[in-house]
Design a protein around this ligand. Structure first.
Ligand code: YH5
Length: 283
């Protein structure tokens, strides 16, 4: 392996992510409200089939989440979250060739899903819960640190910034330092501006426009804007009509150097990424 390759290869448990390319991460929600009441087996089976379809469409990562971050969502106990997420992590690891990301802030969920084959810890709270830094460090897995002020329940109350991109960068730099002190080296960190978390439409647009400045932190960027209200508000579209706006943002994020795009619509986003790669690899 050349030293250049070692810089672009991120070990994720039993798999490796090639950071020279832009990857599509498919979203798999396993919150109970995302299924009809068909019983445990059929829920697991439906989740596996959804994951399988996303992998077939070109997703190289699947983000499994068992906690809703919607304002007003009911708090989920660690045990309840683990009971939702663990079986699907185990099943995907056994059945599919894909990196499993676990969208969690809960130390016990980090430890147990790492044991069951997860390859990445994706924490919207940037490992700020008690015990989360130590749990993530103990897994040896990469972590995605995301910017958010406050908690999902109160984050949209009245977010204020002087310079949103600078403040997001400062926050992420502080969380990288906290990780380093806890034994998670920078080489194992992915950074996320946190679109839609404690930000107005204008904050989200400005942060998106200037996201390249976050490359100064020296780590790959993950962007999650799929179906979010920044598209809804900019275009005046309900959640079911945000695909084209989301694809425009996926293309822009990719051109701005984002390495992982977290999306619901995998096949469409994979076409966007592949088309851009085709042009960029031309003479
Ligand atoms: C993210 O950006 N987001 S959960 C509201 C929507 C649509 C989608 C209808 N987890 C992120 O996906 N993890 C979530 O409006 C995340 N980055 C990372 N790393 C929220 C979500 C959503 C919310």
């Amino acid at each position: 392996m050349t030293s250049v390759q070692s810089l672009t290869r991120l070990p994720c448990g039993n798999r490796v992510l090639d950071l020279a390319q832009t990857h599509v991460m498919g979203i798999l929600n396993v919150t109970p409200d995302s299924f009809s009441d068909g019983g445990r087996y059929s829920q697991l089976d439906a989740a596996l089939r959804h994951a399988e379809a996303m992998v077939a469409a070109g997703a190289t990562l699947i983000d499994v989440g068992g906690e809703s971050t919607r304002p007003g969502a009911r708090a989920v106990s660690p045990l309840e979250e683990l009971e939702r997420v663990a079986p699907i992590v185990e099943l995907i690891n056994r059945e599919l060739d894909v990196i499993i990301s676990v969208d969690t802030s809960t130390p016990a969920v980090m430890r147990e899903t790492a044991r069951l084959g997860a390859g990445l810890i994706n924490d919207v709270r940037s490992l700020r819960r008690d015990g989360a830094l130590d749990a993530a460090a103990a897994t040896g897995l990469p972590v995605c640190l995301m910017h958010m002020l406050g908690e999902p329940g109160d984050m949209q109350d009245d977010p204020q910034y002087q310079d949103v991109t600078r403040e997001v960068g400062e926050f992420l730099a502080e969380r990288m330092s906290a990780c380093a002190l806890a034994g998670i080296p920078a080489e194992r960190v992915i950074l996320d501006p946190g679109f839609g978390f404690a930000k107005t439409l204008q904050h989200n647009l400005s942060l998106f426009k200037h996201m390249q400045s976050l490359h100064a932190l020296g780590r790959p960027l993950l962007v999650g804007v799929s179906r979010k209200s920044m598209i809804g508000h900019a275009l005046n579209r309900p959640v079911g009509e945000r695909l084209f706006g989301g694809l425009a943002l996926a293309a822009l994020a990719s051109v701005k150097g984002a390495r992982i795009l977290r999306v619901h619509d995998v096949a469409e986003t994979v076409d966007v990424v592949r088309m851009i790669a085709a042009v960029e690899s031309a003479e």
